[in-house]
Write a protein that binds this ligand. Structure first.
Ligand code: AMP
Length: 394
């Protein structure tokens, strides 16, 4: 048994799982919430049992200590944990693969915090805290950006002054890499073909959303950029807008740059378009005849179809289009209009298969479709555990 403890630290939360990558299903999952607030909570689930405590957690160190205490009090034992895997959002150009954490890595991650001010500092705090309470096992950083380190220069370079770009590390990095990597490999397995011989487009549609083009297992394009704001319409994020919008909002509308940032990250996307971030609520509102919500979904689908068309061109054809994450796996009313709009490119939707709910990987195109359309559940935790094990086995 080689158990991996996975930590995913947000600004005020720690999500965790204990799992054996060879088994797959987690043995314990949990969540620490409201770190730094007056009262926080920790929820620890083992099988059908849920344990919950409410008390203050001053910082991530106290949060991680509470996680360890939950394992001590309610199991399973952490004795056979062979490594801790840490989800790390931004690896910049420095980290192109999952990496064993040492003092040098921590110093470099600190430098990268400027690139991901919202995401990397909590991740670093989690690494430090976990090293303190679990000092005898290796710690591995797994980067959301690493899978996209293979993008060709013409895909990752922004057409701006290159002196500024190079000095400040401004380029497309891409995110959700662990999911895109895992799902593209699972898709190749589903197609029963060596991944080296496949051209795959992965649509990771969750609260955050991104799409990637994967040629022979290698990522060649993706929609998120310097930050996770670029690209598709998301739950609360705008995705692509005219870069001139910032000056207009600051100049003509008198907003501060922080207000613009909040507008684009928190009050845009589906939330800004129709007030609903959850695609189930979107469906209900559309079924009730809400035209604004219909427009929101149309914008969402329009953006996605445009990216898919462009990625087919970049790949020079495509074998499979794959939907994954909360919306991709569950929302037939999103997948349906996307595939119907791609009919001219040879896509044929199997309406019944699309409408059928299932947890396992499945195909939703007809045998006549020129491109196979798949729904494949993502499993970022399993992928991270596999990565962690691979790093410590090197
Ligand atoms: P994720 O970020 O991958 O956890 O995805 C979360 C999103 O998935 C939610 O905000 C919903 O929009 C969507 N979602 C989850 N379950 C369903 C469902 N049964 N039907 C439609 N959308 C769903």
């Amino acid at each position: 048994m080689s158990h991996i403890l996975l930590l995913n630290c947000g600004s005020s939360s720690i999500k965790y799982q204990l799992l054996d990558p060879e088994v797959g299903a987690p043995e314990a999952v949990g969540l620490v919430e409201r770190i730094g607030l007056e009262v926080g909570t920790i929820t620890h689930e083992v099988g059908d049992n849920e344990f919950r405590e409410s008390r203050p957690f001053a910082d991530h160190t106290e949060g991680v200590a509470a996680v360890v205490k939950m394992f001590q009090d309610h199991g399973p034992s952490l004795d056979d944990v062979v490594a801790v895997g840490h989800r790390t959002v931004h690896g910049g150009s420095t980290f192109v693969e999952s990496t064993l954490v040492d003092a040098g890595v921590i110093a470099k991650l600190e430098e990268l915090s400027d690139l991901a001010p919202l995401h990397n500092p909590p991740g670093l705090a989690g690494i430090r805290a976990a090293q303190e309470v679990l000092p005898d096992v290796p710690h591995v950083a797994i980067f959301d950006t690493a899978f996209f380190s293979t993008l060709p220069a013409e895909a990752y370079t922004y057409a701006i002054d290159q002196e500024v770009a190079k000095r400040l590390g401004i380029r497309k990095y891409g995110f959700h890499g662990t999911s895109h990597s895992y799902v593209s490999k699972e898709a190749a397995k589903f197609l029963d073909r060596p991944i080296e011989e496949t051209k795959i487009i992965v649509c990771h549609l969750g609260n955050g959303a991104s799409i990637s083009a994967v040629d022979g297992g290698v990522a060649i394009e993706t929609s998120m950029g310097l930050t996770p704001l670029q690209g598709l319409v998301m739950g609360t994020r705008s995705g692509d807008v005219d870069p001139g919008l910032h000056k207009y909002l600051v100049g003509a509308a008198g907003m501060t740059i922080d207000e613009v940032d909040t507008l684009l990250n928190k009050k845009s996307g589906m939330a800004g378009l129709c007030g609903h971030t959850d695609m189930r609520d979107v469906k209900t509102a559309i079924d009730e005849g809400d035209e604004q919500t219909q427009l929101a979904l149309d914008v969402y689908v329009h953006r996605l179809v445009g990216y898919i068309g462009s990625y087919i061109a970049h790949l020079g054809g495509v074998d499979a289009l794959v939907f994954t994450a909360g919306i991709g796996e569950n929302a037939a009313h999103v997948r349906g209009p996307v595939i119907r709009k791609l009919k001219a490119l040879g896509f044929e939707l199997d309406e019944d298969a699309n409408a059928t709910r299932a947890k396992q990987a499945r195909e939703i195109s007809t045998p006549e479709s020129k491109v196979r359309v798949l729904v494949i559940p993502t499993n970022e935790e399993l992928a991270m555990a596999q990565e962690t094990l691979a790093v410590i086995s090197k």
